[in-house]
Ligand binder design. Structure first.
Ligand code: FES
Ligand SMILES: [Fe+2]
Length: 427
């Protein structure tokens, strides 16, 4: 449970809010690089943390992110002409480069030199891992470019999609870390259910896992314990990287890994980014067989948009026959869509005064504390965790410990190699 004030603190991300200030300290995934496919291609509208922006790629191939409204009289630069290293407003012809500097002002006398005094909002961009990232924080505090593993592997090792969710970002991050839902919500679509006859009653006869969380330099490592026998327990680990990343433990020993980011568009909508990648090898036929049928973490979007085909407007394609069939828990097809349906069904901004948390909610409680700690660090003028790119190299894994040994002990033993991975489920 959170107080009203704590809930507001964690969910509000617009300019000037504490959480908005925190998020603006990190590089933000804004677009796939391929959305701006070549120099001088059409600009795109972008909305991040409640700010309306326009993204473009200039004649040199450099991506730029400008405030959407022209500083002259507020027309949208989305309609602008992208030409000769700048975006020209079509209302009166003012033109801006990727730094936000006005470089041409044809409706003013040249001798006034007015253009040199005009600058519009502009956020720096970097490209890495097929993503255009932008930094919306104080220039003097800009960290080095992100080094999350999915972004560091060659393009051939990676597959990514994104879709919008009509809910606050925190619901989505909580949904990602709440692995206690996996043995329920996802029955019928889990990796180890694929193609198998399943039995809902039998498969649901689980599973009160035990959870612990340990602070790390990137955020948290969350451990989920199950007993293997009378002496040994297996801990599966899920990294949470501030402020919005979760790494999914690989589905197979081979190490195909999932990665999510949940980025606020505004306080009632977020962008869910989903990647699958292999740290050591290119993806091969079969790796994405399930993903490409939109039954894994990816969703099918309405062509040309980030909006899912199946959404609240059509009850996510809920099939009551399938729900009754005994082979599927929800009747909603696909892991990602099941997550989206539950997270959106909590409402645009869930009021956590009314929740009743149990022991399986330890990961969420730890994540909220981690965010509140990060806010306190920032207020004291200290750098929040997870800013240093060297901290981004987190990996999930499994470790076996004697029953009774604390999770923190196991973390030191995790090598992050494929040998630590075993198929345990998906979130
Ligand atoms: S509003 Fe853009 S140039 Fe006038
Ligand atoms: Fe899930």
């Amino acid at each position: 449970m959170l107080t009203f004030e704590e809930n507001e603190l964690l969910t509000r991300t617009g300019p000037g809010t504490p959480m908005g200030k925190l998020m603006r300290r990190y590089w933000i995934p804004a677009l796939f690089s391929e959305q701006l496919p070549q120099p001088d291609c059409p600009p795109l509208r972008v909305r991040l943390l409640g700010e309306d922006l326009v993204a473009f790629r200039d004649t040199n191939g450099q991506p730029g992110m400008l405030g959407q409204h022209c500083p002259h009289r507020g027309a949208s630069l989305f309609f602008g002409r992208n030409e000769e290293c700048g975006l020209r407003c079509v209302y009166h012809g003012w033109k801006f480069d990727v730094t936000g500097q006005c470089v041409d002002m044809p409706n003013e006398p040249p001798e006034s030199n007015f253009k040199t005094k005009i600058r519009t909002t502009a956020y720096p961009c970097v490209e890495r891992g097929g993503v255009i990232w932008t930094y919306m924080g104080p220039p003097e505090l800009q960290p080095g470019p992100p080094e999350y593993e999915f972004a560091m592997v060659p393009e051939s090792h990676r597959f990514g999609t994104r879709h919008t969710q009509d809910c606050n970002w925190l619901q989505s991050v909580e949904g990602g870390l709440d692995t206690a839902h996996v043995p329920f919500l996802h029955i019928g679509d889990r990796a180890y259910d694929r193609g198998k006859e399943i039995d809902v009653k039998r498969d649901m006869k689980t599973i009160a896992f035990h959870y612990e969380a340990v602070d790390t330099d990137f955020g948290l490592m969350i451990g989920q314990r199950r007993h293997l026998d009378n002496e040994r327990a297996q801990w599966s680990t899920t990294p949470y990287l501030l402020p919005w990343y979760k790494i999914i433990i690989p589905l197979t020993r081979d190490g195909l890994t999932g990665y999510h980011a949940w980025v606020p568009i505004d306080d009632e909508h977020c962008m869910t980014w989903s990647w699958e990648y292999h740290p050591q090898r290119p993806l091969i036929e079969g790796d994405l067989e399930f993903s490409n049928s939109f039954r894994h973490i990816h969703l099918e979007n309405i062509p040309g948009t980030d909006r899912p085909v199946w959404n609240a407007g059509n009850d996510y394609g809920l099939d009551r026959e399938l729900q009754r069939s005994g082979k599927h828990f929800t009747g909603i097809k696909g892991v990602g869509l099941q997550d989206t349906a539950m997270q959106e069904s909590q409402g645009p901004i869930y009021d956590r005064r009314f929740e009743r948390l149990g022991t399986s909610d330890v990961p969420l409680i730890a994540m909220r504390r981690c965010l509140l700690d990060a806010l306190k660090h920032m207020e004291r003028g200290e750098a929040p965790r997870g800013l240093d790119p060297a901290s981004h190299h987190a990996r999930p894994g499994n470790v076996i410990l004697p029953i009774g040994a604390p999770f923190a002990e196991g973390l030191a033993r995790l090598s992050g190699s494929a040998a630590d991975w075993a198929p345990v489920g998906i979130g």
